[in-house]
Design a protein around this ligand. Structure first.
Ligand SMILES: [Zn+2]
Ligand SMILES: [Zn+2]
Length: 135
């Protein structure tokens, strides 16, 4: 969608109207805006579509960090899907990666725990004068 680069868009984005909308949106999200990744700095107000440009509803807008904002618009330009779709995909990628990372951490701790358990068992066998497998 080329709307982002039109003269009207640029004028609107630097207008008092938009600034007022921004303030209202900030209040709407409870005064503490954040990206879906949890970032609270370098936030942008992202348009999910430009249908209501100049008369946006709050559900047309989303706070995103600079990084994710770039990712969304790059994906949208590359794949030519709608901005809503691109936003959803970036969000999904982020949460899926988050889930993967969490699983990895859990697996790592479980592995460590099991290793300690085996070593302890061997050590106890050794103390009892048994025949530990590692000797
Ligand atoms: Zn945007
Ligand atoms: Zn983010």
């Amino acid at each position: 969608m080329a709307v982002k680069y039109t003269k009207e868009y640029k004028e609107y984005i630097s207008s008092d109207n938009w600034r007022a909308k921004n303030r209202a949106f900030k209040r709407f999200v409870g005064g503490k805006p954040e990206c879906f990744c949890g970032a609270i700095k370098k936030l942008h107000v992202h348009h999910l579509h430009y249908k209501n440009l100049g008369n946006e509803k709050f559900e047309d807008l989303l706070y995103v960090c600079t990084k994710h904002h770039q990712q969304i618009h790059t994906l949208q330009r590359r794949t030519r899907v709608s901005i809503v779709q691109a936003t959803k995909r970036v969000q999904f990628r982020y949460t899926r990666n988050g889930v993967l990372l969490h699983k990895l951490i859990v697996a790592f701790f479980l592995f460590g725990f099991v290793t300690i358990l085996i070593v302890m068992t061997e050590f106890i066998t050794y103390l009892k004068g048994g025949n530990p497998s590692f000797s």
